[in-house]
Design a protein. Structure first.
Length: 230
């Protein structure tokens, strides 16, 4: 159920962040597949390390579902080594690629939209039921959790799923809008019911949360006196 006071607070925070930082142009990636790979590789590592791994794949002309699917685990692990936990992440990528080829013939367009029509920025996505079905499928892929699945849906698929991460919990619990131990899905529902249900806003809001979490609302020694929200 929508909470008017909470909705107003969340909207005010979004406006303050957007005024302070402007559009974030997330997720960095030239193709849908690059965004998916980045979402899987960024688990437990800094984005700068992910960029190095993706650079290796691009340099070798391997950043496509078919070419990566054809790689052995050892070959893939070697290319993504800079991302850390490279053996584990190579397994996760292979699990996703096997799912993509087994279920959708290797086509991200079929996976995201149910048809082979390229569309990075569709205004009208699939039905809510089909999006949630796809989300359940992604969560069944070994190594893909809620945050990664929702990042894939939002940033690569352009579907309205709000992404929750550690920054979200830290920032909004410090502002006493949520509990620090809030469940992922409860927190996601809180945002999705209390801010406009819009892909662009979901995209920008999460990116802005990451920005302020990294630059100001740090886990240790937060820069509260300089924070745009204070």
């Amino acid at each position: 159920m929508k909470n008017l006071a909470l909705s107003n607070s969340l909207k005010k925070i979004y406006k303050k962040l957007f005024t302070a930082f402007g559009p974030q142009s997330w997720w960095p990636g030239e193709t849908q597949f690059e965004i998916v790979v980045g979402a899987i590789l960024t688990q437990n590592t800094a984005w700068t390390n992910v960029e190095k791994a993706i650079h290796n794949l691009k340099k070798a002309r391997l950043l496509s579902p078919k070419r990566m699917h054809d790689l052995s685990h050892a070959e893939l692990a070697r290319y993504i080594r800079p991302a850390g936990y490279f053996n584990i992440k190579a397994k996760r990528l292979k699990h996703f690629l096997n799912y993509l080829f087994d279920s959708y013939g290797g086509s991200l367009n079929k996976m995201f939209y149910g048809a082979s029509r390229p569309c990075r920025r569709r205004k009208h996505g699939n039905t809510v039921a089909s999006i949630h079905k796809l989300r359940r499928e992604l969560l069944e892929v070994n190594g893909i959790g809620p945050e990664t699945a929702d990042s894939i849906l939002l940033y690569a698929g352009n579907h309205p799923m709000f992404v929750v991460d550690a920054y979200t919990k830290r920032i909004f619990s410090r502002h006493r809008l949520i509990q620090a131990d809030e469940d992922y899905h409860d927190l996601q529902e809180l945002f999705m019911k209390n801010i406009p249900h819009d892909v662009n806003i979901f995209n920008e809001y999460h990116a802005l949360i990451v920005r302020i979490g990294k630059d100001f609302c740090r886990n240790r020694k937060p820069l509260c006196s300089r924070c745009p929200l204070m």
